[in-house]
Write a protein that binds this ligand. Structure first.
Ligand code: HH2
Length: 289
């Protein structure tokens, strides 16, 4: 296993076992023309690389590179196109020692991303494709399995649950078991309730409240709340004006036991984390301005 993959695995173990250790920020890097929050902003490869470097410099320990939008109603992207978007960016960032996660549901994209230096696989279908399970098991990468009801094109039409927290927890437990069965080490597996993926506002709020129940599964919990439409629904704010709401939600996720936050605005979340850790764990630096 590469040194970087081993280092990330060690970091995950610390996150899982020491609640006072610094939470981890994952910076979002969408190389897409149609993502919900930053459509087209980083579509140019050189700008994408610069933005990835900047987020790492600002305090993101992981950069989550995606070449296919999963926003509600998004159209699938052909394999060749997705590879062309993500591979040069992964190579550029990984060659500078930055931890890169690949956000994809295609096993072939995972495979080639790993060859290009990715150290983590982030799959919104929770490795539903057996070939993806195979890549997860053989690559030595950390993995994130996310819950989604339905599929991106239709998931927001009529989400339905009898007990959203119980069902998401049961699903994630089953996917973690499938990953372990395939050969992925337990401590390489992160779980994510998938805010906004086949969920109403009430479902999303119940899941945010219910994070401790997911944490009980024993895996590192990752939360992606940044700029999501649930925050727009609660504040009436456009996607470009959701930073304050994102920070509030991020802090509540940390209180619920989330240990990794997937965010667009890294510097603001670094500050929020500093306050959270100082108050909750009495760990801080006195940085008088
Ligand atoms: N959310 C998005 C994409 N990938 N992965 C995980 N693990 N958790 C999430 O909550 C999550 C995710 C959607 O956000 P974004 O990447 O900003 O938009 P888009 O899918 O439109 O590219």
């Amino acid at each position: 296993m590469s040194e970087a993959r081993q280092a990330l695995r060690n970091r995950l173990r610390t996150l899982a076992t020491d609640p006072s250790s610094a939470p981890m920020l994952m910076g979002v890097l969408n190389i897409t023309p149609d993502s919900f929050s930053d459509a087209g902003q980083w579509y140019d490869r050189h700008r994408a690389i610069e933005h990835g470097l900047a987020m790492a410099e600002q305090g993101a320990e992981l950069i989550d590179v995606g070449g296919e939008s999963t926003r509600p109603g998004a159209d699938p992207v052909p394999l060749a196109e997705e590879l062309d978007r993500v591979l040069p960016v992964i190579e550029a960032l990984a060659s500078r020692g930055i931890w890169v996660s690949i956000d994809t549901l295609k096993p072939e994209v995972m495979r080639q991303a790993v060859a290009a230096g990715a150290v983590m696989l982030n799959d919104v279908t929770a490795f539903a494709d057996p070939q993806s399970l195979d890549v997860a098991a053989t690559s030595g990468c950390a993995v994130c399995a996310m819950h989604m009801q339905g599929e991106p094109r239709t998931m927001q039409r009529a989400p339905h649950y009898a007990d959203v927290v119980g069902e998401v927890r049961g699903y994630l437990a089953a996917r973690a078991a499938a990953l372990v069965q395939a050969g992925v080490p337990v401590d390489a597996i992160m779980l994510d309730p998938g805010f906004g993926f086949g969920k109403t506002l009430a479902h999303n709020l119940a899941l945010l409240r219910g994070l401790p129940a997911l944490r009980e599964l024993g895996h590192v919990v990752l939360a992606g709340l940044s700029r999501k439409s649930m925050l727009g629904r609660l504040t009436g704010r456009h996607v470009t004006e959701r930073l304050p709401a994102s920070l509030a939600a991020a802090l509540m996720a940390l209180d619920g036991g989330a240990r990794v936050l997937r965010v667009h605005d890294v510097p603001a979340h670094v500050d929020a984390l500093a306050i959270w850790r100082a108050v909750r764990h009495d760990i801080y630096q006195d940085m008088k301005p």
